[in-house]
Design a protein around this ligand. Structure first.
Ligand code: FES
Length: 104
């Protein structure tokens, strides 16, 4: 999927994948690959991206098999991203206002 098509997908999906009716901190804005997203502060970055409809976190060795969050507990390394310029596992990083996230 090209970048523009992916960004269109990012902006068309809202918080609707989260469990309804739960009390959460106020959403804050951050960017992923240039697209502005919103998620509750403190939510795991991997969970926030999934809830926003983002599954593809980067390219794998085989382009037909992109990387996506798998274990959600810091073991598999498949969620590796750059967060404010530093490599980080998205499942171990909490969403903060203004964070800049890019594929690794
Ligand atoms: S999803 Fe496996 S290390 Fe983050």
């Amino acid at each position: 999927m090209d970048v523009i098509a992916r960004r269109d997908m990012l902006t068309s999906v809202a918080d609707d994948l989260r469990i309804a009716g739960m009390t959460r901190p106020a959403p804050v804005a951050f960017t992923f690959d240039g697209a502005t997203l919103r998620a509750p502060e403190g939510e795991s970055l991997a969970a926030a991206l999934i809830a926003c409809g983002i599954r593809r976190l980067g390219e794998g060795l085989d382009p037909a098999r992109p990387r996506a969050a798998l274990c959600m507990m810091g073991v598999c390394q498949q969620c590796l991203l750059r967060v404010d310029g530093r490599l980080a596992q998205a499942c171990l990083v909490a969403v903060r206002a203004g964070m800049v996230v890019t594929p690794a």
